[in-house]
Design a protein around this ligand. Sequence first.
Ligand code: MN
Length: 285
Amino acid sequence: LNLEQLDQFLQDKNAIILTTHENPDGDGISAQVALHALLKGQGKTVKIVNNDPLPEKYQFMDPEGIVLGGKLGRLPKRFDLIVLDTTDPGHMGDIGRKLLDKANRAFFIDHHNGLDQDGNQNWIDSARSSTAEMIFDLGNHFQFQFPLHVNRALFAGIVYDTGSFIYPKTSSRTFEVASDLVRGGVKPKEIHTLLYENKPASSFKLLALIQSTFTTEYDDKVAIQVMTKGMLKKAGADYEASENIINYPLKCPEILVSVFFKEDAEGKWRGSIRSKGSIDVAAFF
Ligand SMILES: [Mn+2]
């Protein structure tokens, strides 16, 4: 692990602001909460400012209420910026881009195939499962003991970004980190409950309505589902409640492609398509 660039970046006495991509996810937020604790431990002035407010479902990661978002707020006169879980200013939202603009220097920490960051520094490791996994290593690098709520957040971030330890970038290192976190007091079942057993009844009413539209084409190889704004209204559900429903048909071995047509509350239609195996969905467009 070569963290020389980051060590050097942290040498300066500037205040540090942490941000992540718009619509922050479980990985980005857990990485922020952990890095905040780590930098505080080094005596730094640190603040988290995101483009969007903290989603309610991730509140358990932030018992101290340090994850701010939705407005720029008061900024230190001079600060350095650390961007987590993205390298793309196009994904940082207006507030993120303003921060990038005003920052003295910026440093990017990410596990996606990164953009070239002209003039900025970065630690990008696209072999890692999650930014949370990388920040855990950073804790080791600085011999910093994360408190229990941070261990829980990091575990949740990894679970979130690996689809519960199954996505391709889940490595033996991912399990070692998870093992250390469990040794540090994390109860996996509690994290599962916090992340995945929190759906309102309205989301199941919506699911029932959407699944009643389920049909297949081409000898059950292609599944089609439809959601109308009338269904959203009838179920009393938000558009976001339809988030993972496109993936369900792919649990069937015969079904190779899942198509989902969705109408939002304003009447705007969108189509999504997912596939598995060797089917290239990009070829459809
Ligand atoms: Mn991530």
